[in-house]
Design a protein around this ligand. Sequence first.
Ligand SMILES: *[C@@H]1O[C@H](CO)[C@@H](O)[C@H](O)[C@H]1NC(C)=O
Ligand SMILES: *[C@@H]1O[C@H](CO)[C@@H](O)[C@H](O)[C@H]1NC(C)=O
Ligand SMILES: *[C@@H]1O[C@H](CO)[C@@H](O)[C@H](O)[C@H]1NC(C)=O
Length: 444
Amino acid sequence: MFRTVPTVALALLSAASTVLAADAPQCSLTQKCPEETPCCSQYGQCGVGAYCLGGCDPRMSFSLDACVPAPVCESRDLKMDSTDGIVDVGKYLGDPSTANWVAQGTPLSYQSNVLLTMPKNTAGTVLASTVYMWYGNIKAKIKTSQGAGVVTAFILLSDVKDEIDFEWVGTELDVAQTNYYFQGIPDYTHSANITGVSNTNDDFHTYEIQWTPDQIQWIVDGVVGRTQKKSDTWNETSNQWDYPQTPARVQLSIWPGGASTNAPGTVAWAGGPIDWDAAGKYYYATVGEVTMDCFQTNSPPGTNSGKSYTYTNAMGTNDTVDDGDSNTVLKSLLGTGLDMDKDYPSSASASQSNMEVIPGLSGGGVGTNGQAANQANGGGEASGSNGGSTGTGTGSSSSACTSGGFSQDCGSSSSNKNQGVRQERVLGASAFAALVAVAGMVWL
Ligand SMILES: *[C@@H]1O[C@H](CO)[C@@H](O)[C@H](O)[C@H]1NC(C)=O
Ligand SMILES: *[C@@H]1O[C@H](CO)[C@@H](O)[C@H](O)[C@H]1NC(C)=O
Ligand SMILES: *[C@@H]1O[C@H](CO)[C@@H](O)[C@H](O)[C@H]1NC(C)=O
């Protein structure tokens, strides 16, 4: 049956796109970014800084080397018992030793787990791993969210948009949907369901993706639920293997598939329109421990002996990935792969302050002190610029509030401003209590 469901990557794009800056150039395979804002973000807009880090698509950027080299895989036990390993996208410059995850939205720590939250009228929360996996095993303990229109996702997504998914629709708590995409090409024949999972909202289950050059396995609680062999993915039209094969970030997310801004097919797939007003309920998914085991090999594809991955050709296939020693860290969010050491001038010029530095934001200009503007000016009063700044959203950014963008708590009172990553570090364990107080009922 034909489904009009986009890839998770595309769906997140549609959720984010309504808050993207109107004048930031769009990018696609046929329209690359201009030289002054050379990096094409995961969400299809051009900018510098965070646009050039994780998710930067080399095929759509000004040049292959506009994107900052991607940190190679490191086997890690990604304890999720606090938000210590999580850094705000507006503060991350590309050094994976400083954090496990880069966040957009509002992750919170609660009872030794991390909650991915979706306050009213927001686009939810996305955590993306700071290191990339080029094959390997990734395992996560998750309790999904629930409710019509609420989607929880655990995916691998490469910069050229190879994608391997686990997705849960909030009305189908006994089903884990699986899918994969090659270079983001929408092909709706690749999905399959793992059924008979006991209540995915009440119970922790361990979901695992085992990805090798030859096959992908989706595993639930140690039982293989689906196997996809590379040998079954030959595409005779394009003469390629339609098989995920490039270094990918792990992404954990909750997003409003049932938001009214989404296509009708997406809303239907997500279980129907999301009810933001249901007794002030507050949507969230719970993440326990996450374990990343890199693929072991001495020859490509799939090595991780260098420091970073770069692409040598816009084909974006496995044989165009180089595992080398290039630097992955920008000096400031004004940098790009073409000028990694670019730093903030002592006073920002007009053109620089208009420059996009954080994808998914609505016009976050640069500050003058080496930080994004919303930090430089003390927390995001400015012009809705904090729409995606992971938790500094205030009621003032009204355009983001109506559109399902990465802004927080748009529908409720001003007392809940500044819930988010930065605030969470201050509030610690009480952050969740504060949110409960603000948001009213929570499903527990
Ligand atoms: C998977 O399950 C969902 C929800 O029950 C359903 O809408 C979808 O059609 C199923 N997909 C497949 C491939 O069976
Ligand atoms: C790597 O890419 C080449 C060229 O597209 C292809 O022939 C080969 O099968 C790919 N290998 C894997 C493991 O995907
Ligand atoms: C084969 O590749 C073409 C071009 O990328 C794509 O449009 C088509 O959907 C693919 N076919 C199948 C069966 O996946």
